[in-house]
Design a protein around this ligand. Structure first.
Ligand code: ATP
Ligand code: MG
Length: 369
């Protein structure tokens, strides 16, 4: 989604936001600009500051420094209720003694909404979330997925300006998680409410988001569309966090070679794009995604070490003197461990990162982010 025109205020904006617990900094220099209607995910490993960032947007935590703006208005001093955001947590926090309908209608009752209107809005939400047949049950009589939908229903019924989700699917089994992703994405398409979602699951983030902010130790390392962060990661960290199987990272020194720069990995040479313009002698890490390794012919000579079928594809580990790579092959692969194999990697597909800083060296033009 493109950023909103300057006349429309951003739905959520973080400007230089930092958070310190005691003397420990957990969020640093967080800048995020989220347009109205966008679905944005904070993605990163455990402890990188995702929940803390979300809580600061919700008003559940103060910022140590920096500003938070909602719809163009600074809200640092406003309470969670005044911010008009609805939050869905990992543990659904349903009231155990209330039925589904009572749980969903609870905040409307607290606000003194007329009975008929509560009934109508609860009915709309339970219909949309396919909970109509369980409205009279207690939470303990529901499956995990149904409980999570009740928690989402409770957030939707308030018709907030913003939805905040903190790992809402992490208590569900794998199949249900995938189903809930699709449901939340469709719901977002239908309601168009600006959403900020937290997960440590890169595949979940890729599948559900308009844009993803990849966090690393309290900082946003890259903020971009799923395609940008997958195909054009700003750093080695982002490249290795996104993708399954992981990108293969190999360290080496750039050498000048007839036909363009190369990196020697053990006994083999991996060719780099000549537009990369990186001098010989530079220490780099090269990154190769498994789908970019073509097996069968090519300049790289190795042996098959392992074949792991995963259904739609097989992951083939190939090794040679001093190096190894994973290649993704479609379908079930018949190669046997120990077999000699040739491989080809197109120079244009090799990502190159400065070894010391981890920053990606872009090809031909200055880095876009
Ligand atoms: N109230 C607190 N007091 C002190 N330290 C805290 C507090 N809350 C969080 N932290 C620390 O701040 C860091 C970031 O925590 P946060 O909960 O934001 O991480 P997270 O990215 O959500 O991780 P997870 O994926 O495990 O939920 C962690 O090191 C955590 O231990
Ligand atoms: Mg968390």
């Amino acid at each position: 989604m493109s950023p909103s025109p300057s006349s429309t205020p951003l739905a959520i904006e973080l400007r230089g936001v930092a958070k310190t617990f005691g003397s420990v900094p957990v969020c640093r220099d967080v800048d995020l600009a989220i347009a109205a209607g966008e679905f944005v995910t904070l993605l990163g490993p455990s402890g990188c500051g995702k929940t803390t960032t979300l809580n600061m947007v919700a008003g559940l935590e103060d910022c140590t420094s920096g500003d938070i703006l909602l719809a163009g208005r600074r809200v640092n001093e406003l309470s969670p209720v005044e911010r008009d955001v609805a939050m869905v947590f990992q543990n659904y926090a349903l009231y155990p003694h209330m039925t589904v309908a009572q749980n969903i209608g609870f905040t409307l009752r607290m606000r003194g909404t007329p009975r008929a209107e509560i009934d109508r809005r609860v009915k709309d939400v339970t219909t949309a979330l396919e909970l109509s047949h369980v409205v009279d049950r207690l939470p303990a009589q529901l499956s995990g997925g149904q409980q999570q939908r009740v928690a989402i229903g409770r957030a939707i019924v308030r018709e907030p300006r913003i939805f905040l989700f903190d790992e809402p699917f992490s208590n569900l089994d794998a199949a249900l998680r995938v189903k809930m992703r699709a449901e939340v994405k469709q719901l977002h398409r239908r309601l168009g409410v600006t959403s900020l979602f937290v997960t440590h699951d890169q595949e979940e983030a890729m599948s559900i988001s308009d844009r993803i902010a990849v966090m690393n130790r309290g900082r946003v390392e890259q903020f971009g569309t799923p395609e940008e962060i997958y195909a054009r990661p700003a750093t080695r960290y982002v490249a290795s966090f996104i993708g399954n199987p992981q990108i293969e990272l190999l360290s080496g020194i750039v050498e000048a070679h007839e036909g363009g720069p190369v990196v020697r990995i053990g006994s083999e040479l991996v060719r780099l794009a000549s537009s990369l313009n990186t001098p010989a002698g530079r220490s780099v890490d090269i990154g190769v995604r498994p789908e970019h390794v073509r097996l069968g012919s090519g300049t790289l000579a190795g042996r098959v070490r392992l074949v792991q079928p995963v259904g739609p594809s097989s992951h083939v580990v190939i090794e040679w003197d001093g190096g190894s790579l994973i290649a993704a092959q479609p379908g079930f692969c018949r190669l046997q461990p120990g077999e000699p194999i040739r491989a080809e990697i197109s120079a244009a597909d090799v990502m190159v990162f400065d070894h010391a800083s981890g920053v990606r060296l872009s090809q031909g033009m200055p880095r876009a982010n």
